[in-house]
Each structure stands twice: as C-alpha cells, then as structure tokens.
Design a binder for this molecule. Structure first.
Ligand SMILES: NC(=O)c1ccc[n+]([C@@H]2O[C@H](COP(=O)([O-])OP(=O)(O)OC[C@H]3O[C@@H](n4cnc5c(N)ncnc54)[C@H](OP(=O)(O)O)[C@@H]3O)[C@@H](O)[C@H]2O)c1
Length: 259
C-alpha cells in the first residue's frame, strides 16, 4: 500500500468512534482570551486510555481554536502561554480536560505538541526548548509572513521549503506540518461538517507521527490529506498550490495531483 494510503488508513483505525463532535455553537478565539461562542458539544469524556495528551504552544487564534476542537473530541489538552494567567477564560469554559500552564508544562504534558506561534519565534523556541522537545511528535501550524516575521526567515522558507526550515529549527522532533492552510474562523465553523469534510494537508518524515497527526486531524473534524515528506510541505505553504484551499480531500488531492 502506498505511504499516503497507509497513513490515512491507519489513522482511521486509530480513531475513536465515540469522539464525534456536534458543534452547537461556533467558536472564535483570540490571543489570551476565549472569544468563544462555544462549540459545546456533548461533554468531553475523560477516557484517557484512548486519548492523546496534547500540549499547545501558542494558545492564540489557531492554537486556541484547534486545541478547543481536540478537547471537545475528548483529548486532554494543556494550553500554554508565556502568561498562563491570561488563559483562564479559555480553559474555564472547556471542562476538566483543559488546563493552562507554561510552555515547559505543555511540553512535559503532551505526547503531542501543537505549535502555533509566529514563525519568527521558531529559532528561539528551538534554542530554549529543543532538548525538552526532542523525540516529541510536534505538529507545526506556523506560516512565514514577511510583515510579521521579517524578510530573512521568509527568504529561507522560500528557498528551502517550510517543512525543511521548521525541522532545522526544531531538530530532533518528529515534526509534522499541519493546520497551516486555513483561517482559524474557518476551522472553528467548518469542523465536523457533513461529508465531505474539509481537507487538512499534512506532511512529515516520521510515519508514526504522521499517523498520529492524521488521527488528530480527523478528531478535530477534518479529513487529512498526506501530501508527502517535510520537503513536500512547501506545496501547501503560503503561495503554494495547496494553501488556502477550502475544499474536500478528493478535491485537494486532485489539485495536488495526489493519488
Ligand atoms: N490565525 C490563523 O487563522 C492562522 C491559520 C493558520 C496558521 N496560522 C499560523 O499559526 C501561527 C499562530 O498564528 P495565530 O493567528 O494563532 O497567532 P496569535 O493569535 O497571535 O497567537 C500566537 C501565540 O503565540 C504565542 N507567542 C508569540 N510569540 C511567541 C514567542 N516568541 N514564543 C512563544 N510563544 C509566542 C503567543 O502566546 P503568549 O503571548 O500567550 O505566550 C500568542 O498567543 C502563525 O505562524 C500563523 O501564521 C494562523
């Protein structure tokens, strides 16, 4: 079976059939505080055995939104901040599976770490937390944007591809690129929509990490599309053909000429 199909199939097997989400209200999150209009779903179950502990670094728009979807799917999530007190509103409404803490605590807590920070912060993140992150499955949602992140790192990303650059700064992690292509408002409102679900492209070099990521994409309410290795992640970085595509998995595969 080709790698892409094997990862997508394995992730389906890993999926907990009880973890469906019924969005009853839409969620909108902003940095530091939940602007949620809710996403209350059925109460999240603390069924830790079949669940993945997730540490979120950068609990702003994208980290807050995707982390909330995972809590609603029943995963224990530690949202982190350099100012954890500011996350009280966010975690307060999410029940017992959501906690707030420091970046160190999120890394220690998570079997998986979800990184959703400005891309310019990646080199420092690697320097400060590289040892703690070593060996962890890390899902990286960052995009390099010149006006925010500066020309130098954007030029590096354009030259080498974002997956390769992220892995360079987060050496030793089992990195997967994921959740970078769609606006957080779209993720909040379209999660778990009726079939066909929206596609989330993913790419990584570690097959087990890719299977885990594919399962978490499904649990968040989307369909994973395996684009390839980290070197292929440039196909859905900003400016790439897979970026910003609000389409189904079948349509995304067609656009990217994937089998
Ligand atoms: N917004 C979207 O719709 C969207 C969609 C896809 C991908 N992305 C990408 O996801 C990343 C995050 O975007 P966002 O919109 O969620 O940004 P955001 O709302 O500003 O949140 C980013 C968070 O990162 C943390 N942070 C900032 N600088 C940091 C540093 N030097 N070290 C550690 N943490 C730092 C901040 O948390 P504390 O201050 O609390 O520590 C902040 O809450 C970006 O790379 C963006 O391009 C965004």
């Amino acid at each position: 079976m080709p790698r892409q199909e094997a990862i997508e199939a394995a992730s389906i097997r890993l999926e907990d059939p009880r973890s469906g989400i019924n969005l009853e209200r839409r969620a909108l999150l902003s940095a530091g505080a939940a602007l949620i209009l809710g996403m209350v779903v059925r109460p999240a179950r603390a069924d830790a055995q079949s669940k993945t502990r997730i540490g979120i670094i950068g609990s702003g728009h994208i980290g807050g939104t995707v982390g909330t979807l995972w809590v609603k799917a029943g995963h224990p999530v530690l949202f982190s901040s350099r100012h954890p007190d500011e996350l009280k509103d966010l975690v307060g409404g999410l029940g017992e599976l959501a906690k707030a803490g420091t970046i160190e605590q999120a890394i220690a807590f998570g079997d998986v770490v979800f990184l959703a920070i400005p891309y310019r912060a990646l080199p420092q993140m690697g320097q400060d937390y590289g040892a703690a992150l070593k060996g962890k499955i890390v899902l990286d949602a960052g995009n390099a944007i010149a006006r925010r992140d500066g020309d130098a790192i954007v030029a590096e990303v354009e030259r080498d591809g974002i997956g390769v650059v992220s892995q360079k700064y987060l050496a030793g992690t089992r990195l997967v690129r994921a959740f970078n292509t769609l606006n957080y408002k779209v993720l909040a409102s379209e999660a778990n929509r009726s079939a066909p679900r929206l596609a989330i492209p993913i790419a990584g070099d570690d097959d087990e990490a890719m299977q885990t990521a594919a399962g978490l994409v499904r649990d968040a309410g989307f369909d994973p599309v395996v684009v390839g290795k980290l070197a292929d992640a440039r196909r859905f970085q900003q400016g790439g053909p897979g970026y910003g595509q609000q389409v189904s998995a079948a349509e995304l595969k067609q656009k990217l000429s994937l089998p």
